[in-house]
Design a protein around this ligand. Sequence first.
Ligand code: ATP
Ligand code: MG
Length: 404
Amino acid sequence: MTDIDMPQGELVRVVAEEISEAGGRAFWVGGAVRDHFMGREPVDYDIEVHGLQGEQLLEILGHHGKAVKVGKSFANFLLTGVNADWSIPDPPSETPSGGDWTDAVREAALRRDLTINALAVDVLDGSLHDPFDGLEDLERKRLRWCDKETFGRDPLRLLRVMQFIARFEFEIEPELTELCKGLDLSDVTPERIDGEFDKLLLKSSRPSLGIFWLGSMQRLGEWLSPLQRFVVPQLFERLLALDRLAIEAFEDEERELAMLWAVLGAGFKDQKPGDNFIQRARVLKWRNLLIECHDELLKGDENVDYLLKKLAHRLGPDWDLHHLFLLEEALAYGEKHAPPVSLRIRSMELGIIHGPEQELVKSGDLNGITEPGPQMGELLRKAYEMQTREGISDKAEILKRLND
Ligand code: ATP
Ligand code: MG
């Protein structure tokens, strides 16, 4: 008996009782069951309901809270307060006459991608259904398709395999790679592609493995084309840098994604890896800012303090020099050259590692000198440049020179 534990598990069991009374059956399925057997804490839960139609399930769920249908088809539902996706297989399964759900569960599992993702646990009695020996594959650490014939029906599965390779570091059946090689993803939406790359970058401490696998199939060009310009040792260096950064902790997902895309895209001027599918505007904007500031850092300046202060200002308020150094340190690690530790230390001495120097001259100070507008912006920029380039710390002097 397997007990899938989740915070709202008691409520799920109560709902499963009612499903059972109505002639159906509820099963824990998908990643949560896999994670349970891997000893990992699941992030989200999936429950598959057999023997009922969508309308019936929606009605039952409605007895226990606010229930909503997600998506267009009558197959997926959410119940407020429960972190689970409730689904009906397509087509819905019949209630078996002898009460044995094995065939129904197997039939539905045929539509899943990998054997390790096709385990099902009966919510009420905890019995395990493992139609494709997924448990053995978990133990042997290998990725296998559930069904060769149906695997290619959703070509996105190629990218699912990519992120599972990187997250779990499992073996891949050579035939699976061979099958993936032939999948055509040109009709898969950028949103879905982005979702898998998000998981690759956010959930793996060695995302390079997934990218190497794409490379081994000669398929880098579809999603990460600028990386194809690298000769092999350069690609190794860059992916080593990616892994170095992937183990770093960031404040939130979007920051982590921006940093990881920045490490992949550093040095590329126009098209950067991921440009053809990255969805989140903030990730793109931040990635570009980080790459531009990194370019400037590498270009250098005779006046190091000015360079650092200027970059700190440009990075703020969302980013700071600490992040920029993390990026360069990861790249340096990959390329095996010394990271700019002295610049990091200098930024700490200047007190700007976690945020820029405050502007001495603010718009209020320019009231008598000019009207708000582009001219004021230009004066403010000049004032800050005097302050940071020449190290003038006297506001009156800056104002005097602006006036001259
Ligand atoms: P994660 O830990 O990333 O959530 P997961 O396997 O749970 O991994 P989900 O996207 O949450 O991924 O999907 C839940 C389950 O639905 C999967 O375990 C798998 O059985 C099935 N599934 C999801 N996407 C596909 C797909 N494209 N093709 C086949 N089965 C899929
Ligand atoms: Mg999941």
